[in-house]
Design a protein around this ligand. Structure first.
Ligand code: FMN
Length: 194
């Protein structure tokens, strides 16, 4: 099986963030899948001066991750019916390197909605990047009730999330392998024309 690289993006820098548990769970789950290398991206670990995607506005380490990634999984909490500014800032710092790569989403909230409006809001921006979004998502409503103090998932939730994430990742990795092969083909065709 063609190995692929998955970048798992945590969506917020909020000091008391709970969605980081969901993001780490998604990353750990992905690490258990065959032929997948996982890079965990915490926006706290990167520096994006100013706004936009000028050379000065990039973090070279994030650039390299986006270049290397064959697929993305974004875990976004919902802030005022949208997604956090730090996630937008991070996504904005690159453009071409996202093109023709698949992305899946998980929404997170401390109430009933599970971050669905954050994911819907994110789709508008994602479309412009050239990332290819999956047609369903995973949600973590009432996130404060899903994880233990140590960040592990409470036993009663594991079966449901393993099932839902397993299905979504299967789809995501299928797209990742297809699009990786197609990008390589495009590159070969472009080189042959030189
Ligand atoms: C600035 C801010 C705005 C928020 N707005 C919403 C909202 O519009 N809808 C919602 O369901 N939860 C909202 N929440 C609560 C989040 O669902 C909650 O913080 C949850 O734990 C997930 O995000 P976290 O990683 O910040 O903890 C908001 C939280 C913050 C900090």
């Amino acid at each position: 099986m063609e190995p692929i690289t998955l970048a798992v993006l945590a969506g917020t820098k909020r000091v008391q963030r709970r969605s980081i548990n969901a993001a780490r769970y998604v990353a750990d789950f992905a690490r258990r899948q065959e032929g997948v290398e996982v890079i965990f991206v915490d926006p706290n670990d990167f520096d994006f001066p100013g706004d936009g995607n000028d050379p000065e506005g990039k973090d070279p380490r994030y650039t390299e991750i986006v270049r290397k990634a064959d697929a993305f999984f974004i875990i976004t909490p919902e802030y005022n019916h949208s997604f956090p500014g730090s996630l937008k800032r991070m996504l904005d710092s690159e453009l071409q390197l996202y093109n023709h790569k698949p992305v899946a989403f998980a929404g997170v909230s401390d109430g009933n909605w599970g971050g669905v409006r954050a994911v819907e809001a994110l789709l508008t921006a994602i479309r412009e990047t050239g990332l290819v979004s999956m047609s369903w998502d995973v949600y973590f409503p009432w996130v404060q009730n899903i994880f233990n103090e140590d960040g592990s998932m409470k036993a009663e939730h594991v079966e449901r999330y393993e099932r839902n994430l397993g299905k979504l990742m299967k789809e995501l990795f299928w797209f990742a392998r297809m699009l990786k092969a197609a990008r390589a083909e495009l590159e070969r065709a472009a080189q042959n024309q030189q």
